[in-house]
Structure formats: structure tokens, C-alpha cells
Design a protein around this ligand. Structure first.
Ligand code: AMP
Ligand code: MN
Ligand code: MN
Ligand code: MN
Length: 284
């Protein structure tokens, strides 16, 4: 089961990916993925399409989402897997989480205008597939397209991260809410790409202890956002905290993503894969 090609983290144009749910499904299948979840940011409106596309391809499917959370002043992402996508507490909670994005985007554009970059709100909107889900990624695409930066990495580094002109502080969902919505809807909550957060060892410990106390059960170990060093570090952490391990590319786009669907190494053998605990939630 460790060698199952599971890809349980990726995005479509329903959030900040560039491909439709159907095209992500086809790409996952073509790349040899054997169990797939589409995990759009703060949104489950693509789940029906993803599940139908997967069924047509005979690709086993788990429902998914990636919830934006504010913890200790930082943004943390919590992936939910195998939940009931029609659960009203979940869909309502996600709707509220998305709610602040438009105003935030207007403030981001105002910040960019102060350093001479005009019209970025309208520019970003051209890349948005879901009007409720304007994200920093859409601004990044616009700034690359208009020649302000060479690639999206450079846009984030120069304009869209803390302390930079287009960065706007934002309060997302709380950790108890995000874990509660996912588990309340019958799913498993997973800490996404922990290697990306800028926490001290104490803050990271606090995140995982609180996450466990709240009923969170999983952690991403092998992800496109981790280095091989992170694979080892978070494999150890999964064992220390008794967490199930997950694997996912975090694929967003054929031209921007450095890790394609289904191309990551397998989970280290000593870990318990999250998909073993989700067998009865798989759509086949
Ligand atoms: P948002 O939810 O609007 O804050 O946007 C977060 C998204 O931006 C993430 O899900 C990534 O897709 C993307 N992102 C964050 N940091 C970077 C980075 N350094 N380079 C490229 N994309 C990034
Ligand atoms: Mn994203
Ligand atoms: Mn993320
Ligand atoms: Mn993601």
C-alpha cells in the first residue's frame, strides 16, 4: 500500500490551478495516479465534477479541500480528505473563509499601485476561474504576463510575501474550525506541507499538539513543497505524533509547477498511509 501511486493534493481552476477539474483528472490518470483527490483552496464546488471525471477514467477518488488557517500569526494549510462534500457546516465554513478574498485583493492592488503597478486587480481577475477565489497566484500570473517579473516565484519574493508591497495581513479560519468542519463531515484532517511554515520548534510543536487534540489525524510527508530533507524530518514527526502520512504533488499548472501529478517518491515504509484509513470513503 505504500507503493500505491496516491496523489492527494492538487488544484484546478476552481481555485488557483490553471486546468479544469476534468483536465486535472485526465492528467493524473495519464501520469499513472491510482488514487486521486482534488484539493482546491477553501472550496468544494469542483468536487462533483472531479468525482465524475475520475469515475469516467476508472480512477479511484477521495473528496478533498485545502483550508486556509491562521495559527500563531502565520497562514497554515489544512487538507481535508474523504469528507461528505454536501455537509452544510463544512460548505458554510468554507464560504465564510473565502468571503474576505475580494476586499483583500483590492487592498493588495492598492499596495501594488503605491509602488507604480497599476490595474493589478483587473489584471488578476482575468486569470480567476471562480469569482469567490481570487488568490495571490492570480496576481502573480498577471505580473509575469505583463513583464514585471520573469516567473511567479519572483513575484512572490518581490511583491506578495510578508513585508512586500502587495502583501496584506489576513485572518483565515481558526485551527479548531478547520479541523472540526472536516472531521464533522466524516473526513480526515491533514497538516499540509509543514516544511513550508516559518515556525520555531516550539511553535511547530504547539501546532501539532493542538491539531492532535482537536482530532486532526494526518500530516503530509511526501509533497511537492518538501525537500528530501523534509521527507525525513516529517516522517519522524508523523511517527512521534502518531499521525497518518499523506502524499501529494500540490500541482497547480503544467508550466508553473515543478512537481507533476503522480511523480513523487513513495512514502517511507515505516509510516501508515492516510489512504488506508480512508478505504471506505473512496469513490470507485
Ligand atoms: P493565497 O491563498 O491567496 O494567499 O495564495 C496562496 C497560494 O499562492 C498558494 O496556495 C500557492 O499556490 C501560491 N504560493 C505561495 N507562495 C508561493 C511562492 N513562493 N511561489 C509561488 N507560489 C506561491
Ligand atoms: Mn495554491
Ligand atoms: Mn498550501
Ligand atoms: Mn495546495
Amino acid at each position: 500500500m505504500h507503493t500505491l501511486n496516491a496523489d492527494l493534493h492538487c488544484h484546478s481552476s476552481v481555485s488557483d490551478g490553471t486546468l479544469s477539474p476534468e483536465d486535472v483528472a485526465a492528467r493524473a490518470k495519464a501520469n499513472g495516479v491510482q488514487l486521486w483527490a482534488l484539493t482546491d483552496h477553501d472550496e468544494v464546488s469542483g468536487q462533483q465534477r472531479a468525482r465524475a471525471a475520475a469515475a469516467a477514467l476508472q480512477l479511484p477518488y477521495l473528496t478533498g479541500t485545502e483550508v486556509s488557517v491562521t495559527f500563531a500569526g502565520e497562514t497554515v494549510h489544512i487538507v481535508g480528505l474523504g469528507f461528505d462534500a454536501d455537509d452544510s457546516a463544512l460548505t458554510e465554513g468554507l464560504r465564510r473563509t473565502r468571503g474576505g478574498r475580494e476586499l483583500r485583493a483590492r487592498e493588495m492592488a492598492a499596495g501594488l499601485a503605491r509602488v507604480g503597478i497599476q490595474g493589478s486587480y483587473e489584471g488578476a481577475l482575468k486569470y480567476v476561474g471562480n469569482p469567490e477565489l481570487i488568490s495571490r497566484t492570480h496576481f502573480a500570473r498577471h505580473l509575469v504576463e505583463t513583464g514585471v517579473c520573469r516567473d511567479t516565484q519572483e513575484v512572490f519574493r518581490k511583491y506578495l510575501t510578508e513585508g512586500k508591497p502587495g502583501y496584506v495581513e489576513h485572518r483565515w479560519a481558526t485551527l479548531p474550525d478547520a479541523v472540526g468542519w472536516i472531521t464533522g463531515a466524516g473526513g480526515i484532517a491533514v497538516v499540509a506541507h509543514p516544511g513550508r511554515y516559518k515556525f520555531s520548534a516550539n511553535e511547530e510543536y504547539a501546532l501539532f499538539s493542538q491539531f492532535k487534540d482537536l482530532g486532526g489525524r494526518g500530516v503530509e510527508v511526501v509533497t511537492g513543497s518538501h525537500t528530501p530533507h523534509d521527507f525525513v524530518k516529517y516522517a519522524k514527526l508523523a511517527q512521534e505524533f502518531g499521525l497518518l502520512a499523506s502524499r501529494g504533488s500540490d500541482f497547480h499548472s503544467p508550466t508553473e509547477s515543478h512537481t507533476d501529478l503522480g511523480t513523487l517518491p513513495p512514502l517511507p515504509g515505516e509510516l501508515s498511509p492516510v489512504w488506508e484509513a480512508l478505504q471506505d470513503r473512496v469513490w470507485r
